[in-house]
Structure formats: structure tokens, C-alpha cells
Design a protein around this ligand. Structure first.
Ligand SMILES: Cc1cc2nc3c(=O)[nH]c(=O)nc-3n(C[C@H](O)[C@H](O)[C@H](O)COP(=O)(O)O)c2cc1C
Length: 256
């Protein structure tokens, strides 16, 4: 294994940081590396908002279920899918051009995620740690208002960055065979492989919680997926310039 592979294979989210600040140059290096991620048609349809205002940080932490590391981490970034810059550059508004389509929203979400993950890898290579904060979507309208996001900009997740003050054990992943298929999607193998993973995650949870929990992956996923969560995302997207009437503009080959 080379250095890059070793680093990728030792990733873990960091939720406790030392007080050592992340200097501006380091942050900019990380974000320049993020910018070098591949991007759909080179649209670069994302933006990053660096939250340096302590009051805004506290408000975002509150939105994100009061996760303490959102206020405590030296850096907190909000990653947004951004079609606004494209629309403005091309002179399109909500009524002209085809910027805010679902296809472009998907591209923008992917762009934001790829750039963000480049940032995580870059940060880890420089000795920093990171954790994504999807919980900012708990109140997506409030985040948009707080950060004065224009139409066609959607906050996707936050990210805490800083120097690690913990060394969590690695969280095991599904067996490769559960995510890797050959030529066709093979649903038959899932039960056995997930069963195997449930045993692994049970052992992991016992170790991580010091014996307090032995919730396996299926238990956790069942709990997560049994309650409605963030049900206003569709309304947010619909009210922010995305989703023009796409049906009427469908090409004949796209109607099925
Ligand atoms: C989009 C996204 C959102 C996430 N949101 C949160 C979050 O709000 N709070 C948190 O503590 N971890 C969050 N995580 C971290 C995941 O829980 C973590 O990556 C996963 O459990 C795997 O663990 P690892 O990163 O330590 O390997 C998020 C991860 C992703 C990719």
C-alpha cells in the first residue's frame, strides 16, 4: 500500500479537536485541493461558506441538534450545491435557460460532495481531522436564511475541521461483495453479507461504547428509517428556483 492508500484506509470522522487553530494558508490549501475534484461538465456547481462568526456558529450548532463539535471545531464550513453562479454568469433567471433542473441539481450535489471529500482527504494528509454535519439540513430553510443563500443554492452539509484530540477506532464497512456486483445487480447475496456485517458492527459497537451498546448495522438503519426526518427538503428545493416544469420540455425519447 502506498501513502495515499494508507491514508484513505485509516479514515475516521473526528469529533473532538485540540485548540490549535487552523491557519488561513492551510485552510486555503485544503480548499484548493477540493477545487481540483472532477466536476460535471466543469460546472463547479458548489460553494463553501466558512463560518467565522461565533453567533452564526452557535445558531448552526443548534440547528444541527446541538452537536457540540459544531461550535468547538476550529473551522466550520457549509458546503452548498450552487447553480446560482452559473445562472448569473450565463444571464439566465428562473424563467429562462435550463439551469435549475433536477439533472443540474443532481450534478451540483455530486460536485459539492466530490469537492468536500477531496477536502477531507487533503485535511487528513496534513494531520487534520474532519466530520461532515448533515444535521444542518434539520432546518434547511433556517440555514438558507442565516447564510443569506440566494435562489438555486442549497446547503448540503457542514464540515468540522481541526487537529484531532481523539483517536477513534475505525468504523468497519460492509463486506466489499455487498457493494460490488458483476455485470448485473445481484440482490440474492445481500441477506448473507449484511448478516455477516451485522456481527462485525455488533462487535464494533460493544468496543466503541465500552459494552453499553451492541446495536448492529441493521438495528441502527431500521431505527433511522422508521421515523420521518427532514421532510421539508422537497419543499425547499421546490421553492428555491429548482424544478421548473420539466415535463413540458421533455424530449420524446425521455417520455416513458
Ligand atoms: C453527508 C454526511 C453527513 C454526516 N452528518 C453527520 C452529523 O451530522 N454528525 C456526525 O456526528 N456525523 C455525521 N457524519 C459522519 C458519519 O456518521 C460517518 O462518516 C460514518 O458513520 C462513518 O464513520 P467514519 O467517517 O468514522 O468512518 C456524516 C457523514 C456524511 C457523509
Amino acid at each position: 500500500m502506498n501513502e495515499t492508500m494508507n491514508r484513505l484506509m485509516s479514515h475516521r470522522s473526528i469529533r473532538k479537536f485540540t485548540e490549535k487553530p487552523v491557519n488561513r494558508e492551510t485552510l486555503e490549501d485544503i480548499l484548493r485541493a477540493a477545487q481540483m475534484a472532477s466536476s460535471s461538465s466543469n460546472m463547479q456547481a458548489y460553494s463553501v461558506i466558512n463560518i467565522t462568526d461565533p453567533q452564526k456558529r452557535r445558531q448552526l450548532a443548534h440547528i444541527a441538534s446541538d452537536q457540540s463539535y459544531v461550535t468547538e471545531s476550529p473551522v466550520f464550513l457549509v458546503w452548498c450545491a450552487d447553480l446560482q453562479r452559473l445562472a448569473a454568469s450565463c444571464g439566465f433567471d428562473a424563467g429562462s435557460g435550463y439551469v435549475g433542473t433536477t439533472e443540474n441539481l443532481v450534478a451540483a450535489l455530486v460536485d459539492a460532495a466530490l469537492a468536500a471529500q477531496n477536502a477531507v482527504v487533503a485535511a487528513e494528509s496534513l494531520g487534520l481531522g474532519a466530520v461532515y454535519i448533515g444535521a444542518i439540513r434539520n432546518h434547511i430553510h433556517a440555514v438558507a436564511e442565516l447564510l443569506e443563500l440566494p435562489e438555486l443554492v442549497m446547503p448540503v452539509f457542514g464540515m468540522c475541521l481541526g487537529y484531532p484530540d481523539q483517536e477513534p477506532i475505525l468504523r468497519p464497512r460492509l463486506p466489499l461483495a455487498a457493494v460490488l456486483h458483476e455485470n448485473r445487480y445481484d440482490a440474492d447475496k445481500i441477506t448473507d453479507l449484511v448478516g455477516e456485517y451485522d456481527l462485525t458492527t455488533e462487535r464494533y459497537m460493544v468496543e466503541r461504547s465500552g459494552g453499553k451498546s451492541k446495536a448492529n448495522w441493521t438495528d441502527s438503519m431500521k431505527k433511522k428509517l422508521s421515523a420521518p426526518i427532514r421532510m421539508d427538503i422537497a419543499r425547499f428545493i421546490g421553492s428555491r428556483g429548482f424544478w421548473r416544469n420539466e415535463e413540458k420540455d421533455m424530449n420524446p425519447g425521455e417520455r416513458q
